[in-house]
Write a protein that binds this ligand. Structure first.
Ligand code: SF4
Length: 604
């Protein structure tokens, strides 16, 4: 009997259309837990080093964790794992919503796609009925249209649809996989482009099963404690009230949220007043319709957006609202402070199926090149790409998703685009290993330096960042973080903090938890007690950290196997040279933190 896991894996060969169901490997999940861990090991074993991301030998794995689909709070996650077309590294993208739990209800922990189809197809999964179906009618639709059309054709709105939009079809290297009416995204590392290469338009799942847990009473007890904590913790109150955007104005004021492609004041002052035009409380309220939530989450940080008004109106209202990362990268990082424009940019990205972080960062990069004379209107199809030009940014999103004109260059991601543009453009491409920087500037918290620089997937906050330790000085004694690490510009022991948080997050992600909840269970052992009650295991916090470390090392090993050199463990030069005024004029002191970090990891 399986507890937590459903014990079955769907295998789909898109080249010969063979579909099979196999047993989940017990030893695999014992060592690598689930989700990105277990799927990562399969990716490591099965994808040959010579295969590029756009090769039928590359796998695309939809995967869940053991706590997904149970009563465990804030744990309805799934991940998509593949070799990234943006970086050539291990690629993973994690997402919330309802798709992951529904896959578990259908009876499966994982779907592994190999090969590539010649014609558009989608995978239909309803309990034990699994088949590949023709998706020609949906090819070309945006992600929301596709989601609704498949549900309508199946005559059942209960199907959860994960699909790509035109960006994935056009192999935009940072295309996302969308779900929940194109409101949620497995966004990072270009997983949607791999899906497009495989001509897999969508996965439709529905199930009537249930995830058995080993100790239902014990689990209910821990969840009761968690809910009591949720109802008393100020941080949860703030997330409930303002969503992820609640921290935006503060993040701008302390130099964490980037402005003007991380050049900050060189192109303008993004002061409190401008931040309030986008943030909450403030301008964000103009586009806010209501709050919403993922599966089994009493925090409910999601936001539903109105269509807006004036020049920048969405095709329709009552759609997924703007999250912190999207607000920052499509807004202030591009020098844009019109909340309606950012709302529209966000919705366009969702419909086209684009990662909002990489899209915003790549547009900001192009804007800086334009401002500095590296690009001119001749290169940009006549667009006046000055920072703050929302109309030009909107036009670029259309062009990127369709790979039209200058958009075809930006669709390659900032690293490749910089190489194509030349003229010194490389300096302004804010990426690590080809993955664009998210909206947390490591000059504002020194643990972010070694974290981003050495991250196996590139610059990704979802791999675990230490900012919540460094910004608040919060202690996590059960993880060994029991000193005062609240001086965010100090490098003292920051390598240690970075590593521990990465390992902890790797475990939590592999189990199926939402990473927003990380410091919000009130005590680390609540995660472990819940994990044990679900799976019937008896692990400790220390063993969970070990499993996380194993998963992190696995990603690194994948990169080594695929020829990613140690030379790529670095940051954009700007972050090492140009001080961040709002963060005590700090640069990233990588020379101080990285040697210790590599030693702790055993990666020297
Ligand atoms: S905290 Fe937010 S993102 Fe995480 S599960 Fe809850 S609603 Fe979803």
């Amino acid at each position: 009997m399986w507890f937590g896991y459903r014990g079955k894996v769907v295998k789909v060969n898109l080249s010969n259309k063979k579909v099979s169901v196999e047993a989940l490997d017990k030893q695999l999940v014992k060592e690598y837990v689930g989700c990105v861990g277990a799927a990562g090991k399969i990716l490591y074993d099965m994808v040959p080093s010579w295969a590029g991301a756009f090769d039928p030998m590359n796998l695309l794995i939809f995967t869940t964790g053991p706590v997904t689909g149970t009563i465990v709070q804030s744990a309805g996650r799934f991940s998509v794992v593949t070799k990234s077309p943006l970086t050539g590294c291990f690629g993973d993208a994690s997402a919330g919503g309802f798709f992951g739990p529904m896959l578990k209800f259908a009876g499966y922990d994982m779907i592994i796609f190999s090969g590539a189809s010649e014609k558009p197809v989608y995978l239909y999964v309803e309990d034990e009925n699994i088949e590949l179906r023709d998706a020609s009618a949906y090819w070309g639709m945006d992600a929301r249209e596709c989601d609704r059309a498949i549900c309508s054709d199946l005559g059942d709105k209960k199907f959860e649809i994960a699909c790509i939009g035109p960006a994935g079809e056009h192999l935009v290297r940072y295309a996302a996989i969308m779900h929940d009416d194109a409101g949620r995204a497995a966004a990072r590392c270009g997983v949607g482009a791999v899906m497009g290469f495989k001509k897999l338009k969508a996965v439709a799942v529905k199930g009537a099963g249930k995830v058995e847990v080993a100790d239902p009473e014990g689990l209910r007890k821990v969840m009761q404690e968690v809910l009591e904590f949720y109802n008393s913790a100020p941080i949860v109150k703030r997330l409930r009230e303002g969503g992820t955007v609640a921290g935006y104005i503060t993040m701008i004021s302390i130099g964490d949220s980037p402005t003007y492609n991380f050049a900050n004041e060189q192109f303008g002052e993004f002061d409190q007043k401008r931040a309030e035009k986008l943030g909450w409380p403030g301008g964000f309220e103009k586009i806010l319709e209501k709050n919403s939530s993922c599966f089994m989450c009493a925090i409910g940080c999601r936001r539903v957006s109105k269509a807006g008004e004036g020049k920048y109106v969405l095709k329709e209202g009552s759609v997924e609202g703007v999250e912190y990362e999207s607000l920052s990268m499509l807004g202030s990082d591009c020098g844009i402070d019109d909340v309606y424009a950012v709302n529209l940019l966000n919705d366009l990205c969702n419909r086209y199926g684009l990662d909002t972080i990489s899209t915003g960062a790549t547009i900001a990069f192009a804007m800086e090149c334009y401002e500095r004379g590296i690009l001119s209107r001749k290169d940009t199809d006549g667009l006046d790409l000055k920072f703050g030009n929302a109309d030009a940014a909107i036009e670029l999103v259309h062009k990127i998703a369709k790979r039209e004109g200058f958009g075809n260059i930006l669709a390659e991601g900032s690293r490749r685009a910089a190489a194509l543009i030349g003229g010194g453009a490389e300096y302004y491409a804010m990426h690590v290993k080809g993955l664009e920087m998210p909206a947390h500037d490591p000059r504002a918290f020194q643990g972010g330096g070694p974290h981003y620089a050495c991250s196996p997937v590139g610059a990704d906050h979802m791999e675990g960042i230490s900012l919540f330790v460094e910004f608040s000085g919060q202690r996590f004694p059960e993880l060994g973080i029991d000193g005062d690490y609240g001086d965010r510009t100090s490098t003292e022991k920051k390598a240690f903090v970075a590593k521990v948080i990465e390992d902890w997050w790797a475990f939590l992600t592999a189990a199926g938890w939402c990473l927003l909840v990380n410091p919000r269970y009130g005590a680390e052992n609540r995660f472990i007690r819940a994990f044990n009650a679900v799976t019937g295991e008896n692990i400790t916090v220390g063993e969970a950290l070990k499993a996380g470390e194993r998963i992190y090392n696995l990603k690194r090993a994948f990169n080594l196997k695929h020829g990613i050199s140690r030379m790529e463990d670095t940051l954009p030069e700007r972050l090492l040279k140009e001080p961040n005024r709002k963060s005590n004029n700090a640069v990233v002191y990588l020379d101080k933190t990285m040697p210790e970090y590599l030693k702790l990891r055993g990666w020297q």
